[in-house]
Design a protein around this ligand. Sequence first.
Ligand code: HEC
Length: 151
Amino acid sequence: MSNSLPGLRGGAVMSVAAWSLCATGVAVSQSSAPVSFTKDVIPILKERCLACHGESQRQAGLDLRTRDAMLKGGDNGPAIVPGDAIESRLYRRISGLEAPVMPMDGEISESEILTIRDWINQGAAIRGAQETATVDADLLQYVSRREGSCV
Ligand code: HEC
């Protein structure tokens, strides 16, 4: 029966750890298996971002439905710099390197942040004919409020 880490303290330690990870832009290097735009990236954007950066709203002039639209970017320029997540505003905003942190009023998990980071670092690639560069309009309506580790 070990009570060496009371729940409250354990919780506080976890929060600080999650906060530091986010605040430093998830600088920890991780394995980066090839990321699929269609299978891995689009579902994250649909769930976390497109309510405000898609068909019905373009906050900051930014449309995140296609790779081309990300390259064009928003009011402050391109959202992605292929091959360089750290220089990409989209990554800077979700990782906490640049404020205000995205998704605004929402949540995104650490693994989702790492998926997007790896995709950008891999050249923001769209591989092969089965990969689509466009998000289906009929899937834009939902924004989940699932628990994330960075809020
Ligand atoms: C609830 C609405 C909302 C959601 C959801 C949201 N954003 Fe935003 N986003 C905004 C607003 C508002 C701004 C402008 C804020 C500012 O820069 O002062 C903005 C600005 C941005 C910018 C800066 C664009 C520019 O050129 O200035 C980026 C990049 C961005 N968002 C990425 C994302 C990403 C990636 C997600 C999903 C993980 C996301 N946003 C989710 C509302 C939202």
